[in-house]
Design a protein around this ligand. Structure first.
Ligand code: NAP
Length: 265
C-alpha cells in the first residue's frame, strides 16, 4: 500500500481500462480505496481487476450513455453506501491540421465525451455527494485547454470548456462539503498521444511519467490539498509547495483560467 491510506473511501474512475485512467484506478486501489472502474467494455478491465486484490470492480460505463452513467453511479452508492471520489478521466482527442476541416460530427463527438460526459457523471455523483455533505471530484483536464493549438482545436475547446465548468462547480460544491479539482497529467505516452505527429520530436525529458497522475489523484483524494479546491494542478507541480502557498494562490487567483485585459487607463 502507498504512504497515503485511502481505506474506507469509494472511488469511481471513468475510462479506467487503459492509459491514464487505468493508472489512476490502480494507484487508488493500491492506496486502499475501493475502486469502481468504469469502461465502455468492462471485459477490458480484467487485468486491472485481477491486480486490484479485491479492491477493484468493473462497471459498464460509456459516459455518453446517460442511463449507464446513472446506473454506474447509483449502483456504486447502493452497493457501498457512499461515493467519496469521482475521477472524470474518460476523454478523446481530435482535430485536423486546418481546424475548420474537422467533420462537424467528429468535432461534436469530442465535446460529447470530454464535456457532456463529465457533466453527466458529475450531476449523477453530486446527487449523492450533496446528501452526504462530502466528496471529491477530480476532472482530468489538459494544459491544451489553456492555449490555442489549432491542430487539436476540438480537443482544446473541450478542455477549455471543462476548465470553466470545473471552476463553476468548485465554487458551488464547496457549500456542500465537496472539493473539486482540475488536473493535467502533462504529456504522457498513451494511445492518445501515440499517433500525433506533433509529438514526434518532443524530447524524452518533456514527457511526464504516467505514474505521476495516479500519485497526484491519490494525494488529492487524501484531502490534504483541499485548501486548493477549484484550482488547476499539474502532475509535475510540487503539491507541497502549492499547499504551503494556498492563501496566495487564492488571493491572487492563480492556477486558474483567466483573461488578460488590456489596461485602457
Ligand atoms: P487513452 O489512452 O486514449 O484512453 C482514453 C480512455 O478514455 C480509454 O479508457 C477510453 O475507453 C476512454 N473513453 C473514450 N471515450 C469514452 C466514452 N464515451 N465513455 C467512457 N470512456 C471513454 O487516453 P489517455 O491519454 O489515457 O487520456 C486520459 C485522459 O487524460 C483524457 O481525458 C485526456 O484528455 C487526458 N490527458 C491526456 C494527456 C496525455 O498526454 N496522454 C495529456 C493531457 C490530458 P475505450 O478503451 O473504450 O476507448
Amino acid at each position: 500500500m502507498s504512504a497515503v491510506d485511502l481505506s474506507g473511501q469509494v472511488a469511481l474512475v471513468t475510462g479506467a481500462n487503459r492509459g491514464i485512467g487505468r493508472q489512476i484506478a490502480s494507484a487508488l486501489a493500491a492506496a486502499g480505496a475501493q475502486v469502481v472502474a468504469g469502461a465502455r467494455d468492462p471485459d477490458t478491465l480484467e487485468a486491472l481487476i485481477a491486480a486490484g486484490d479485491g479492491r477493484c470492480e468493473a462497471v459498464a460505463l460509456d459516459v455518453t450513455n446517460d442511463a449507464q452513467v446513472l446506473a454506474a453511479v447509483d449502483g456504486t452508492v447502493a452497493k457501498h453506501g457512499h461515493l467519496d471520489l469521482l475521477v472524470n478521466n474518460a476523454g478523446i482527442g481530435g482535430g485536423t491540421e486546418l481546424p475548420w476541416e474537422t467533420p462537424i460530427d467528429e468535432w461534436w463527438a469530442v465535446q460529447e465525451v470530454n464535456v457532456r460526459g463529465v457533466y453527466a457523471c458529475t450531476q449523477a455523483a453530486m446527487r449523492h455527494m450533496t446528501k452526504q455533505k462530502s466528496g471529491r471530484i477530480i476532472d482530468v483536464g489538459s494544459l491544451v485547454g489553456t492555449y490555442p493549438m489549432p491542430a487539436a482545436a476540438p480537443y482544446a475547446a473541450s478542455k477549455c470548456a471543462l476548465f470553466r465548468w470545473n471552476s463553476c462547480l468548485a465554487i458551488a460544491a464547496a457549500d456542500y462539503g465537496v472539493s473539486v479539482f482540475i488536473i493535467s497529467p502533462g504529456l504522457v505516452a498513451t494511445d492518445m498521444t501515440a499517433d500525433v505527429d506533433l509529438f514526434d520530436n518532443i524530447p524524452a525529458d518533456q514527457w511526464t511519467p504516467i505514474e505521476k497522475t495516479g500519485a497526484l489523484v491519490v494525494d488529492l483524494a487524501s484531502g490534504r490539498a483541499d485548501s486548493l479546491a477549484g484550482r488547476f494542478i499539474h502532475a509535475e507541480d510540487d503539491l507541497d509547495v502549492l499547499i504551503a502557498n494556498a492563501d496566495q494562490i487564492i488571493e491572487q487567483n492563480l492556477q486558474t483560467l483567466g483573461m488578460n485585459f488590456f489596461d485602457e487607463a
